[in-house]
Design a protein around this ligand. Structure first.
Ligand code: RUB
Length: 316
């Protein structure tokens, strides 16, 4: 398979490309480039090669529906509209651009709606690195709101440092704590609102985000602090509507400890679920709403996600 394509797959696997939105954008662009140039003699051969590439890219990170939905969007539209090889090569580029635009436009809306939710004088807490939740905080700061942020380190790969750097560089007063101090901070520092990103949302309104997010949501519940999840709806996992579970990615033990004593076992889950009863609101491009409304909003906004390929009736 094409080397440039495989390089992007590897970058996604080893987290040189990190965060659901970035992963989806880079993955879809790589898929489009591959489709445009891959050696093929017929439209049928192109489809076979694209399906193989889709499989490889989808497997790069198990818990990333925004990327899988991008590939679903391109293939679904391609099968409906492409009538020749040349036609398909042009269409793949234009459908990829359409999807990346959807991602970028939805992100702008999430940031704008989320910033409305932050009051002047607020202390905000976040976890991991999410371009959406960091975007919301930076937007509130740009609007002149006097805010103060606490963020976690996010072991084992320290994505919280990316968040901390972005905020400090922008002049936002920011404090970092170790992950295990998350409840202590909520209890001791008058947190007004918690906003995290998300990698996926299921048909039941369960959000999946970086390991530690549920602990944060439980601590928020205990102390009655509003907990919001900033998510674009392209992260909906349509397969959950036919009963499948979103897979939680398990990562290498070496991320936790490079030279551990022999015989020590590790578990290194990258993500965990936060059920809808722990979430006060989803901040999405479709508005701020209770997670349990998700299925109806997806049906209306992104019907391509619910079509025959996953065993539901086509709405398109
Ligand atoms: C990153 C992570 C982020 C979401 C959302 O995990 O959990 O909160 O991906 O990101 P990892 P965004 O570093 O393992 O990819 O808001 O940018 O889509």
């Amino acid at each position: 398979m094409d080397l440039a394509f495989l390089k992007v797959v590897d970058d996604i696997q080893v987290l040189r490309i990190q965060g659901a939105t970035n992963i989806a954008i880079e993955g879809v662009n790589a898929f489009s480039l591959l489709g445009e140039h891959i050696d093929c003699a017929s439209l049928e051969e192109l489809f076979v090669k694209l399906e193989k590439a889709r499989e490889v890219l989808s497997a790069a990170r198990a818990t990333e529906p925004a990327l899988r939905n991008g590939l679903r969007f391109i293939m679904y539209n391609l099968r409906k509209k492409a009538s020749s090889l040349q036609d398909a090569r042009e269409l793949i580029v234009s459908f990829s651009k359409d999807y990346v635009l959807l991602l970028k436009e939805s992100k702008k809306k999430v940031i704008s709606y989320g910033a409305h939710r932050i009051k002047d004088g607020s202390t905000i807490m976040t976890h991991c690195h999410s371009s959406l939740s960091t975007g919301i905080i930076l937007e509130a700061h740009k609007q002149g709101k006097d805010i103060n942020v606490f963020c976690t380190e996010t072991r084992p790969l320290y994505q919280g440092r990316i968040t901390a750097k972005e905020l400090v560089l922008a002049g936002v007063p920011t404090t970092q704590v170790v992950d295990s101090a998350m409840r202590w901070v909520i209890n001791s520092y008058n947190i007004d609102i918690i906003i995290t990103g998300a990698d996926a949302i299921t048909s039941q309104g369960t959000v999946i985000n970086k390991i530690g997010t549920r602990l944060l949501a439980l601590a928020a519940k205990e102390m009655d602090i509003p907990f919001y999840s900033a998510i674009n709806l392209l992260k909906y996992d349509p397969e959950t509507s036919i009963g499948k579970l979103t897979e939680i990615e398990m990562r290498e033990p070496s991320e936790i400890w490079k030279n551990p004593p022999e015989g020590l076992k590790f578990l290194n889950p990258a993500f965990e679920t936060v059920s809808h009863d722990l979430i006060d609101g989803i901040i999405s491009e479709g508005g701020v709403f209770a997670p349990s409304f998700i299925y109806f909003i997806i049906q209306e906004k992104y019907p391509f996600m619910i079509h025959e390929e996953i065993g539901m009736n086509s709405i398109n």
